[in-house]
Structure formats: C-alpha cells, structure tokens
Ligand binder design. Structure first.
Ligand code: HEM
Length: 227
C-alpha cells in the first residue's frame, strides 16, 4: 500500500497581457516623448544640436503626432473598456490585505496577478492615472497654448493671449521636466519584475510568464484502488 501527500509544483504559464495596439501606442508614445524632450530642451536653450529653428519645427511636428496618438489611444481605451484598468480601487487594496492575512493560507490565487484582464497593481493604477489625467494634459494643454499664443488672425492683426508667455513656458517646462522624471522612474520600475527584462519583453511581445501553483495529487493506490 503506497500513500504519499499531495505536493505543490510551480509551473510557468504564458499569459497574453498587452494587445497589439497597446504595444504600438506605448512605444510610439515613449519615442515621441523622448524626441519632444530632446527637441524641447534645445528650444529651452539647454544645448545646441539641431539648431533652434530645426528643433522648434521638429518639436511642433512631433507634438501634432503625439496629439493624434493620444486621440487614438483615448478612443481605443473607451471602445475596448481598457480604461477600467486604471480605476484606483480600495476594494482591490482590501483584497490584497485579506490575501496576506487569510487567502494565502487557503491557497487562494494572488489578487494582483498580471493578466490581460488585470494588468496593473494598485500602485501602477494610481501612478498611470496621474500620468494620463494630470501630467500629460498639463504638457499638451500648455504646449497648445504656447503654440497659439501669438497667432495672426484673418485681418493680419497679431493676437496675443491674455496668459503671459512666461507662465505658459514655465508650466510647459515644469511638466516636461516631470515627464522625464516619470520616464526614469518608470524604466527603473520595469526592471523589478520576474527578471530585469521580463516586463520590457512583455511590452514587446505582448506575452508574460506567470507563476502557476498546481496541486499535483501523487499516486495513492490505497485510495484509488489502481494497480
Ligand atoms: C502635444 C504636446 C506638445 C505640444 C503641443 C508642445 C508645444 C510646444 C511649443 C509650441 C513650444 C515652443 C517652441 C515653439 O514655438 O515651437 C514648446 C517648447 C518646449 N517643449 Fe513642448 N510641446 C508638447 C510636448 C512636449 C513634451 C512631451 C516635452 C518634453 C517631455 C516638451 C518639452 C518642451 C520644452 C522643454 C520646451 C521649451 C520651453 C521653453 O523654455 O520655452 N514638449 N513646446
């Protein structure tokens, strides 16, 4: 008569986390923000690489591309319902605490496992929401005001906005600076995954590996009666 206890084995499961548009949008946005930072700080006078004229022209072209991308991204988030991924939730936080106190002793799954349906942990939700609803809008709106601050109307009269250009430039530069800080912290955080490059790979391929705990019932001939 053989009798062995069941054992826990950990296997890796491939999960589809980031959809094709999401990956395209993520990398295009990253590329455009880096390019806008590069050209913007040349306009600011921090260095001289392309020359002021070129830097300003490229900055404007890239900014229209970013605006176009943001419009597509908003549309995609609304249509697919993916915007819900960013709702900060205390419910999730309670589930997380409950998991550590009770759930894990019962072998329940981790509440913040990364899946296609739930790809962000509570901290990511709040950070990315702030990025999307505060930081990016301040940069884009101040940039648009900057762009149209001095325009010539149909009667050839120069229209100067009532907002002083100095404060527009201040808000735009401040938000640009914070975007760079965000970018640096964000890149660092991506290295804290399963392996230093696993999160970046997931954003390239769409797939991530997830730990899956399986209870493997060992052979128990006395109970099953198998020979
Ligand atoms: C849709 C988004 C954006 C728009 C519409 C925009 C627009 C502008 C405009 C019109 C200027 C003045 C230069 C010029 O006349 O061409 C400017 C300057 C600048 N932009 Fe942007 N921009 C955007 C995004 C960004 C981003 C993402 C960054 C950096 C992360 C950035 C960084 C800067 C900086 C540092 C300056 C120089 C500010 C100064 O010292 O006056 N911009 N931007």
């Amino acid at each position: 008569m053989t009798h062995k206890e069941p054992t826990l084995s950990i296997s890796m499961k491939k999960v589809y986390v980031y959809k094709a548009f999401e990956r395209f949008w993520h990398w295009s946005q990253a590329g455009l923000i880096i390019f806008l930072a590069f050209t913007g700080f040349e306009v600011h006078g921090s260095y001289k690489v392309l020359g002021f004229e070129h830097a300003a022209r490229f900055h404007r072209v890239a900014s229209w591309m970013l605006i176009g991308l943001i419009i597509f991204a908003i549309f995609w988030h609304v249509v697919t319902g993916e915007w819900r991924q960013y709702i900060p939730t205390t419910k999730k936080l309670a589930a997380q605490i409950r998991f550590y106190m009770i759930g894990m002793f019962r072998g329940e799954p981790h509440p913040t496992k990364k899946t296609g349906l739930q790809k962000l942990n509570p901290l990511q939700r709040i950070t990315y929401l702030g990025f999307k609803l505060v930081l990016v809008p301040i940069t884009v709106i101040s940039g648009i005001i900057y762009m149209f601050h001095k325009i010539i109307d149909r009667n050839d009269i120069i229209v100067i906005s009532s907002i002083p250009l100095k404060s527009v430039a201040f808000w735009h530069t401040l938000s640009a600076f914070l975007l760079i800080v965000f970018l640096l912290v964000h890149v660092y955080m991506t290295t804290t995954g399963r392996t230093p490059t696993s999160n970046i790979q997931a954003m390239i391929t769409g797939y991530d590996l997830e730990e899956e705990e399986e209870e493997e019932p060992r052979e128990n001939k006395s109970l099953t009666g198998e020979s």
